[in-house]
Write a protein that binds this ligand. Structure first.
Ligand SMILES: *Cc1c(COP(=O)(O)O)cnc(C)c1O
Length: 474
């Protein structure tokens, strides 16, 4: 049984009229009956080009069996109301509705890029309630005496499903490390995102690949060094889709690492060039692919840009959800800041929610003002896209970028960092690395001491990079 969903057409009008007029079907529907062919054809002509609704037909093995669609599509809030009617009663209770709904939700969240789909259902319609819950809709409340139908007022449930829930984006775990220097310290395990050793690059890449999956692309181009977590994750995601991945790498630091070995396993093609030739080489690579009829998608190094920022805004929302569920509040959030989008996303989340707390990026390579300016630029870019007017002062105050612990630059470590990493591994069984998370964790500890922080609740975000832990052992 092959279930599909396609747009409603003029030829579907007789089906619609027959189905809706069937008294068994319209028990829970609220049309002015009876429906007539001519009027329904007029309705079709009037509505077919409207962008605030999406009407479709459910087919089983290419035969129409029901109606499905979205109403009140709200472009600003990116939400819409869902409806369904299985018209051909032979197809009830066979999983057709569930399959068709999933296909429609693919359209809603994929093609239409909605954030939420909601529906109303009569509290007495138990079969429908069970089906919606199986699909993943969550009951959000009861709307009492919501409609007047067939002589009485009827209560309805409102159900909703968000984009995050539909794509089953996982919330990464938060664990409590315990008391450190008189503060309660927690860790959010972004390293446990369940793809390619996780990490912040996996969270960002998932969003980039949502775009790639929706578009017409047949290969991916990105940039990063041989130790880049970003390049490992992106080449893995590309390979999983059977797509070729081209990685532009600076000649400097082109040593073999576990990440670069993985990139090789994924069949990524690494193109090396001197660091000052990087932009030029990227442009040339993309151009030559296009000239050969290929359709490349370019992901900026480190997953930089608004897509990457969005990924960490999502992470910020997860943190708030954790706080709500556990009745705690993080006074400080620490993490490793590199190309700046992780920090930009977290800060945007803080600003948009008007939260008062300190979000502290421990720079792992760049010095201020350069490193901090890039974070500020990413924040401005994101906020201008969502069209929220925020003052420069608000952005400036919220952006705390500590560059005291970069050592001599990217990848440079110290004995203190190495001792810290082995201690965290031994005590908690959590691997950190010398380039990012270990450097940031050691930096956080120094900062806590230097600022004499006491009695604070602190979150450290483990941004991943697990393969680098093993490089440091070798
Ligand atoms: C890239 C990376 C960072 C830095 O994230 P940015 O968004 O580039 O600032 C931190 N930790 C790990 C493990 C990384 O791979």
């Amino acid at each position: 049984m092959n279930v599909s969903v396609r747009k409603f057409e003029l030829k579907d009008v007789p089906y619609k009229v027959a189905w809706i007029n069937d008294p068994e079907n319209n028990r829970y529907l609220h049309y002015d009956l009876p429906l007539e062919i001519e009027k329904t054809e007029l309705w079709y002509e009037r509505t077919k080009d409207r962008t605030d609704r999406y009407d479709a037909v459910i087919e089983v093995d290419n035969v129409p069996v029901g109606l499905i669609g979205l109403l009140s599509i709200d472009e600003k809030s990116r939400k819409a109301e869902y409806y369904i009617t299985i018209g051909d009663r032979d197809y009830l209770h066979q999983g057709v509705a569930v399959k068709a709904t999933k296909l429609l939700l693919e359209v809603a969240f994929g093609e239409l890029k909605l954030n939420k789909v909601f529906l109303f259902t009569e509290c007495e319609n138990h079969a429908a309630v069970r089906a919606y819950e199986r699909i993943g809709f969550k009951r959000e409340g009861v709307v009492e005496q919501d409609i007047f139908s067939k002589g009485r007022y009827i209560d309805r449930y409102i159900y909703g499903i968000t984009r995050r829930k539909f794509y089953r984006q996982e919330n990464t775990p938060v664990c409590k490390l315990g008391n450190i220097c008189g503060n309660e310290v927690y860790m959010k395990r972004e390293d446990l995102i369940s793809f390619s050793f996780g990490g912040n690059k996996a969270r960002k890449a998932k969003l980039f690949f949502e775009e790639i999956d929706l578009g017409q692309f047949d290969c991916v181009v990105t940039y990063g060094s041989s130790s880049s977590n970003h390049c490992r994750v992106v080449s893995n995601m590309a390979a999983a889709r059977g797509m070729k991945c081209y990685i532009i790498s600076p000649l400097e630091g082109a040593k073999s690492t576990y990440n670069s070995k993985l990139m090789d396993i994924f069949g990524a093609e690494r193109i090396t060039c001197p660091v000052e030739k990087v932009s030029e080489t990227i442009a040339k690579t993309i151009q030559s692919l296009q000239e050969n009829g290929r359709l490349p998608y370019f992901i900026p190094g480190g997953g930089h840009g608004n897509v990457g920022t969005q990924a960490y805004l999502d992470c910020y929302e997860e943190i708030r959800q954790f706080e709500k569920e556990n009745g705690i509040w993080f006074d400080y959030i620490f993490f490793a800041s590199g190309t700046g989008t992780t920090q930009a996303g977290l800060v945007c989340g803080q600003i948009l929610n008007r939260d008062k707390r300190k979000i502290v990026g421990i720079s792992i390579a760049r010095k201020s003002p350069y490193g901090r300016d890039i974070v500020l630029e990413s924040i401005r870019e994101y906020l201008s896209e969502v069209e929220v007017p925020i003052t420069e002062k608000t952005i400036d105050d919220a952006t705390i970028f500590i560059d005291d612990y970069v050592e001599t630059g990217y990848g440079a470590s110290s004995e203190e960092i190495q001792i810290c990493i082995m201690r965290i591994m031994t005590q908690y069984g959590i691997p950190l690395d010398t380039t990012y998370t270990g450097k940031a964790f050691a930096g956080m500890l120094s900062h806590i001491k230097q600022e004499r922080l006491k009695g604070k609740t602190i979150l450290f975000i483990h941004t991943g990079g697990t393969p680098l832990f093993f490089d440091a052992l070798a």
